[in-house]
Design a protein around this ligand. Structure first.
Ligand SMILES: Cc1cc2nc3c(=O)[nH]c(=O)nc-3n(C[C@H](O)[C@H](O)[C@H](O)COP(=O)(O)OP(=O)(O)OC[C@H]3O[C@@H](n4cnc5c(N)ncnc54)[C@H](O)[C@@H]3O)c2cc1C
Length: 644
């Protein structure tokens, strides 16, 4: 029978019982899941996601038989994802809980790599929206324990590229890996045998259950249980809190240390931050990373911080084509198909309707974009009994002592202290350079300031975040937030009038009607014209930042004559970002037992979550959430070697 019709037959006739008989039993998953120990992860690789039935079935079995503390990684490759409605849902009541969770995340999927966690982190899905031939070489080596193969993938081994399919399956397999697929075609068995699998054709099976199974080597896979029991994280900004969350999900005890007396006191302490996924077309690793980070953070936010319009809003975000370079980027993106839930292309009229006020430019519309209060996100991430906060403690030194790490420092009273942990993760932004192991890291401090301005009756109609050469968010509690300035190698945290003026002047360029709406005597927000008092700081976060006293906006008339005569108040906050030359963060192993998540630059809210997941996967020897070409760009050791 030609391969095509075989595939069709399998796809149309495959059901829950057959998934169980072919894939689950064919790989002996019940026994292998049950034999796992706490701290171990088992990885299944699949070459066609289709309705997600195989994933959901494996998840259900895992929950029933695997011991507490073990986790399941399931990755699947799919070039043409099913619609929301096509996902395996209520057809199988046994799977309803799992299917509902998958459906929720489905609306967060982005082209490329997606990583979602389920069941409190016990089950992870890495969904790769890509061609299988392109995706397989990007898997990390030696990570897969069992394969759910689809006939169509092996069909590709008939051509030149197809040879790589089998080679890449072998490369990604752990010793002892098994495979199963619905087929009894001798040619397929031969191909897999040539690649190195010992293969068995089950000839006597029912016609609809004919299958092929194999194993790479009967020796039991060597699963060194390398998971650390304790971790000490330095820095309780968004990078440290996200890493703490990912480690605690794996059952690791975390001590989170910060020199400031509260979480999110550095760059992560702004009153609001936006989810700004700015990426281009093509295969640029930075852009692919930003896209994957965006998909990931939406799922992470759904898990820890509900959309409530107070701590988090999914009001949508516009990226305006306000400059030639932006118009060109958007035109290149328009040459690709994008799921409407990720981004849409809008003209000025459509942009105006989404923004709730006149926009001079069209551009990109991100329906799931919005803003979040970073400190609230940090608090939600570390709300876990495995995470102990040690605030008001500054780390001065790290030292490897035998198999563990010792950190020493001082508290706010100047008392010295130290602590030991199996691993240390450094997340303290540019201050990392003060630690001996990081002095040579290419970390660049970049000062930035946000501006907060009262809502007016005219600006009240604003509905979404608007980005051009800066950003402005709709008002909450009567206050808009706009940002942000950039000053390289400037570590001053004073709030400057000139920076407020710069933020406002940029706004006047990319969204003139919005700027105009703010220049009104008709204030609706907390900075009322009558009040005249200095604004009480609603989000005072100390540390490496300064929240300003309120200025009257007419004090900016040296820079912006349009504000002459206005008594509205303007506040702001300055802090220091940490950047690195390629704009990619530095995430991963530095020395044995020492890791970092640094240089999140202008988009830490987007990139810290997936970076925590990368670290946790590396620390626990699990499947990484991203392809090897992106991981290579994030790798601190490679970056130090290449001085980038
Ligand atoms: C003005 C401005 C606006 C921004 N707007 C956005 C936005 O809208 N969206 C977005 O995604 N990103 C935005 N960013 C970027 C984002 O804020 C950063 O990328 C992110 O906060 C970095 O997080 P972090 O945890 O790496 O660093 P930080 O938040 O700076 O955290 C580092 C922590 O380490 C602690 N620390 C330092 N040294 C030590 C030590 N020796 N011992 C103990 N603790 C130590 C510090 O106290 C600090 O709490 C903005 C940045 C700025 C400055």
């Amino acid at each position: 029978m030609p391969v095509d019709s075989l595939v069709n037959q399998v796809n149309s006739e495959f059901d829950f019982a057959q998934v169980r008989d072919v894939y689950l039993q064919g790989n002996d998953l019940a026994q292998r899941f049950a034999a796992l120990r706490a701290g171990e992860s088992f990885c299944i690789g699949e070459t066609k996601f289709a309705s997600g039935l195989n994933f959901l079935s494996a998840w259900l079995l895992f929950e029933h038989v695997a011991p507490q503390g073990a986790s399941l990684d399931f990755f699947s490759i799919e070039n043409t994802p099913s619609t929301h409605a096509e996902l395996a849902i209520s057809q199988w009541p046994e799977l309803r809980v799992q299917a509902n969770a998958l459906q929720t995340n489905w609306l967060r999927r982005v082209p490329g790599w997606n990583r979602w966690s389920f069941a409190g982190g016990r089950v992870r899905l890495t969904l790769i929206m890509s061609d299988v031939v392109a995706a397989l070489p990007q898997l990390s080596a030696s990570c897969v324990d069992a394969w759910f193969l689809d006939i169509s993938v092996l069909e590709k081994s008939h051509d030149k590229e197809g040879v790589n399919v089998c080679e890449n399956i072998i490369r990604a397999s752990r010793v002892g890996a098994t495979l199963a697929m619905p087929s009894n075609t001798p040619q397929l068995a031969e191909q897999l045998q040539q690649a190195g699998f010992e293969v068995e054709l089950l000839q006597d099976a029912e016609p609809q259950q004919k299958m092929l199974r194999g194993s790479l080597n009967q020796r039991v896979s060597s699963r060194a249980n390398s998971m650390p029991r304790s971790a000490l994280l330095i820095g309780a900004g968004i990078a440290g809190c996200a890493a703490a969350y990912a480690l605690a999900q794996r059952g690791i005890r975390v001590t989170l240390v910060d020199r400031a007396p509260q979480l999110a006191s550095g760059a992560s302490g702004n009153s609001r931050g936006i989810l700004h996924a700015r990426f281009g077309a093509g295969d640029n690793p930075l852009h692919r990373f930003v896209l994957a980070a965006y998909g990931h953070v939406l799922g992470l936010l759904d898990a820890v911080l509900a959309v409530d319009g107070v701590l988090r809003s999914e009001c949508g975000l516009l990226q305006l084509a306000c400059k030639e370079v932006e118009s060109k980027r958007i035109a290149r993106l328009a040459q690709q198909d994008w799921p409407a839930h990720v981004l849409q292309f809008v003209d000025a009229g459509q942009a105006s309707r989404r923004a709730g006020m006149a926009m001079r430019y069209g551009g990109l519309w991100f329906p799931a974009g919005g803003w979040v209060i970073p400190a609230s996100l940090c608090e939600a991430l570390v709300d876990n009994e495995l995470i102990t906060q040690r605030l008001g403690h500054e780390i001065d030194e790290l030292e490897k002592v035998g198999a563990t790490w010792r950190v020493s420092g001082h508290d706010a009273q100047g008392e010295t202290w130290d602590a030991d942990a199996d691993i240390v993760v450094v997340c303290c932004a540019h201050a990392a350079k003060q630690l001996a192991q990081f002095t040579h890291f290419p970390l660049i401090p970049v000062r930035g300031q946000i501006t907060e301005l009262s809502e007016t009756m005219a600006s009240k109609t604003m509905q979404s975040v608007v980005c051009g050469d800066g950003y402005c968010a709709p008002a909450v509690n009567g206050v808009h937030v706009m940002g942000a300035t950039h000053a390289f190698d400037d570590k001053s945290i004073e709030v400057r009038e000139a920076d407020h003026a710069e933020n406002l002047a940029k706004l006047a360029e990319y969204a003139p009607a919005l700027f105009q709406s703010l220049n009104s005597c008709d204030t609706a927000g907390r900075h009322s014209r009558e009040g005249g008092n200095l604004v009480e700081n609603t989000n005072p976060r100390s540390g490496q930042s300064v929240d300003s006293d309120a200025l009257r906006v007419d004090s900016l008339t040296n820079w912006i004559p349009a504000f002459a005569g206005m008594t509205q108040e303007v506040t702001g906050r300055a802090s220091i970002r940490c950047s690195a030359p390629s704009s990619m963060p530095l995430v991963g192993l530095v020395q044995q037992g020492l890791y970092c998540s640094l240089a999140h630059g202008t988009r830490g809210l987007l990139t810290a979550g997936i970076s925590g997941e990368i670290l946790a996967a590396q620390i626990c020897g699990e499947l990484p959430p991203l392809p090897i070409n992106i991981l290579a760009e994030l790798n601190p050791l490679a970056r130090i070697r290449n001085k980038s």
